[in-house]
Design a binder for this molecule. Sequence first.
Ligand code: SF4
Length: 370
Amino acid sequence: MPLPSALNLLELSFKDLEVLLVEQGLRPAHAKPLFQAMHHRASANLKGDEGGNFPAPLQRWLEANLGGRLRHDVLMPRQGQVSGDALAQKHLLALEDGQEIETVLMTYAQRHTVCVSTQVGCAMGCVFCATGQMGFVRHLRAGEILAQVHLARRLLATQGQRLRNVVFMGMGEPLHNYDEVIKALHLLLETRGANLGAEHISISTVGVVPGILRLARERQPCNLAVSLHGSSEEERAKLIPVNQRWPLSELMAACRQYQQLTGKRIFFAWTLIEGINDHPEQAQRLIALLRGIDAHVNLIPLNETAGYQGRESAEDSCSRFHRLIQQAGIACTIRQRRGIDVAAGCGQLKAQRRPRQRAEPQQGEEPIAG
Ligand code: SF4
């Protein structure tokens, strides 16, 4: 039976894959070797998957259909850079429609983490962020998100290493693309596939309140990271325009509700910008905001971008801020940055190639920022 429309095999659940194969005149049992090839072995080439050992009818069907309406790996590596210390690799990847995204693979204490993009560009417009400076182009599909993880797994496998963590923290606001992100999350958790533990997957948001509440209601199995960067409405709105839509007060109420419903610790990110948000008084206000929340604060010195004047905080300002948060009994780390020399901050590599490209939202797409 001909395929009804273009289909990316990578984004089908195990059950949907079984249904598709049966519709195509194959046996449901063929789903297991195919699913394992895609999600367990992260195979890049299903037609020639060495470990696949596919049944002959499945092999014939793949050969007849892959590359036509049937898709699998939709990423084309355009540019890769490895940092001088070899602890960060940044990959610029082209999608089928020619759009580009970035994926960063980082190593901390011999543990490998991939930071994946969830959108081309971003509608949130955070002033210090290279992706925010580009504007929003489109959402990624779950298959395009997963393909980034599988690329990282293949790269690590060539070094005899395994991927430990996935963070949805690259280009784009994950909760603005909720359904595709959650679909990708569940495929990563599949025990017949990548089988990553929920404790190793984090979804980051700049404060999309309805998305946080939905994660909580649905008890989605992942960690939540919330970017704050400002401890008063006014200061935060200057850095994150979306604060005008979902003010800090609403965001903190949503975080409390999330914690009540899920019982999970929340990770809060704070980009330290010299003279903007690294003052002791701002640390004290942050402490007050977090009172009663089981929180871990990650302090991240700014990754400087050409489109923003701010500078990273000096080392002693970072240490002072860090000390104050810790003294208040709140877990806090200064995040070691990875890959400064490969422009590893979100959107920086793409911005270097196409400086200040600003795209309009697609038809029907509501710009959130500003
Ligand atoms: S920091 Fe994240 S949410 Fe803000 S503009 Fe950049 S990609 Fe979007």
